[in-house]
Ligand binder design. Structure first.
Ligand SMILES: [Zn+2]
Length: 219
């Protein structure tokens, strides 16, 4: 069955909002993420429910069915593979690829995705450090924590970013906060939740609490 861009984006958003434990997602949370009026969200939810992609009852939260979950993972897989391709093979910066991948993720050819995956030698993570589901929908393990959850004296490796916007990624480039670097927390400041970091044992850098909340690390 063919699904529209919008339907696929809704499934992706529900997947993200419901998290690993598959909690129920409210209509208002979806309306907020999609910047859409609640009435339009309700119409779309009815449609997705009729197609067997979500469990939806009026005035209750929404969850993905097995079918919906599979489709969401497929779209996420394509998005992340295309990002890996754009950065790894076409020379794009990691700050330039999200919007392009938002379009490419809706190409429906399965054989294209499988060839792309093989061409890239089956990458497990995309350029932002997000895990890429395999063809059966299995995600590689990534039990990361936010940098903002660590305390003074802790050491960790920077593994992924939670914000894919250009200003954020360009800030990371300028300050050389690249994936794979080792961080040590020298100081945490309770007043503004900022951090003083030592990077790869060679330089120190202050980051704001806002930045620390968007960096994922492996302690
Ligand atoms: Zn992206």
């Amino acid at each position: 069955m063919q699904h529209s861009f919008t339907e696929e984006n809704y499934l992706k958003i529900i997947h993200t909002l419901s998290g690993k434990d598959g909690i129920e997602v409210s209509t208002s949370a979806i309306a907020e993420s999609t910047a859409t009026r609640a009435a339009s969200v309700t119409d779309m939810l009815k449609k997705l429910s009729e197609k067997g992609l979500i469990n939806y009852k009026k005035y209750q939260g929404v969850t993905l069915t097995g079918l919906g979950e599979n489709l969401a993972l497929k779209v996420i897989r394509k998005h992340r593979l295309w990002e890996a391709f754009l950065v790894g093979k076409l020379g794009f910066g990691w700050d330039e690829v999200h919007e392009i991948a938002e379009e490419l993720e809706h190409i429906s050819s399965d054989i294209l995705v499988e060839r792309l995956d093989a061409f890239l030698d089956y990458p497990q993570f995309d350029p932002h450090g997000d895990p890429i589901p395999d063809a059966r929908g299995n995600m590689p393990d990534s039990e990361y924590r936010k940098l903002s959850e660590l305390k003074s004296g802790d050491k960790a490796v920077l593994m992924a970013v939670l914000d894919h916007s250009q200003p954020f990624l360009q800030y990371l480039d300028r300050t050389e906060l690249n994936l794979g670097i080792r961080l040590e927390i020298l100081e945490t400041n309770e007043y503004d939740h900022s951090y003083l970091l030592r990077i790869d044992d060679r330089k120190d850098l202050f980051v704001s609490g806002q930045v620390a909340r968007h960096l994922l690390v492996q302690p």
